[in-house]
Write a protein that binds this ligand. Structure first.
Ligand SMILES: [Mn+2]
Length: 326
């Protein structure tokens, strides 16, 4: 066990109140790791609050399958100067959105993450780019704290582990990842129900919008890129919530003609959130970092203020290895 892990375990074991945050637009690893740790801490008598800085504070629909969501509070009621704060799955301060300011004022800041591009922030950074998920790291932390893992926490960690490994297919999956999954599955929860909520629960309105986005796929073979996009008008017209479109990139990435896939989704403020995936030939965390983002070698993202055409133009140039102005 690393010194930092031991320190984090010691701080949390004696904690009375803990404020937990994860990155904006949380995925299942972010919410699962945060809620899983919150459940563990509550089971040991601590008070917890959990948040992420989405405004308005929309909790994704699939999150209903996760226990412990009663700990969720909007960022406005999150402690301004937390005594002990934990961040989950955030590669940078920026990814915490408005809660980055709270993190900056926290007396103890335990920063748990597995992104390569992590800045290593906090008084106690727990960073391991070789970990399959932040949920795996939270599991190690709970083990370092000792004692039992409640079944509800096991469900949360399992959900994040399943999704961040692409259902155990990505390169980050090692034999120990599968052993961790098996250990979590020893607990009592309905994994088929979890899988259905995460992977087989689309509204027909979204499936039709998926058709629109797939029809728009453009191949930029010189840049080894297949890309598509959705605007705020597309979402509003279809009556689809942005969080329902999270798995669009997983369909686009299957395009065999190019190595890199990109989905550009317009945010409420007009900027485009760009999700990048590589089939193995590019380190897209490097590409994202050019534009102020980050992530993993084969999965990364960033936000662009250059409009759709400007965003695509810059991305193609970056993939061709040309100098670009972020
Ligand atoms: Mn993650």
């Amino acid at each position: 066990m690393s010194d930092q892990m031991a320190r984090a375990a010691q701080i949390l074991s004696g904690a009375k109140e803990v404020a937990l945050a994860c990155h904006v637009n949380p995925d299942t690893d972010a919410l699962g790791s945060m809620l899983g740790l919150s459940i563990v801490l509550r089971s040991r008598g601590a008070q917890t609050v959990c948040s992420f800085a989405n405004e308005p504070f929309d909790v994704p629909r699939w999150a209903a399958v996760l226990p412990g969501t009663d700990a969720l509070v909007p960022p406005s009621t999150f402690p301004k100067e937390p005594e002990i704060m934990v961040t989950c799955d955030a590669a940078s301060l920026d990814r915490l959105g408005a809660l980055g300011a709270n993190a900056g004022r926290a007396r103890e800041l335990i920063w748990i993450d597995h992104h390569v591009s992590n800045e290593g922030l906090g008084t106690t950074p727990l960073i391991d780019p070789s970990a399959s998920s932040t949920c795996e790291m939270v599991f190690r932390l709970v083990r370092a704290m000792g004692g039992d893992l409640p079944d509800d926490a096991a469900l949360c960690l399992y959900a994040g582990l399943v999704t961040d490994t692409g259902r155990f297919q990505y390169a980050s999956v090692r034999p120990e990842t599968l052993r961790l999954a098996a250990e979590l599955r020893e607990h009592r929860f309905d994994h088929t129900h979890v899988a259905q909520a995460l992977y087989e629960d689309n509204a027909t309105t979204y499936l039709k919008l998926l058709g629109v986005a797939l029809h728009r796929i453009t191949l930029a073979e010189g840049a080894d890129l297949a890309w598509t996009y959705l605007t705020q008008a597309d979402l509003a017209g279809a009556g689809v919530h942005p969080t329902e479109t999270d798995d669009l990139i997983d369909v686009v990435r299957t395009a065999r003609e190019t190595d890199v896939a990109a989905v550009m989704k317009q945010q409420r403020d007009g900027r485009f959130r760009v999700s990048l995936r590589s089939r193995g030939g590019h380190d897209v965390s490097k590409v994202a970092s050019i534009f102020g983002g980050g992530g993993h070698r084969l999965a990364s993202g960033y936000t662009s203020k250059h409009g759709l055409a400007g965003t695509v133009e810059r991305l193609e140039a970056a993939l061709r290895g040309e100098p670009v102005e972020p």
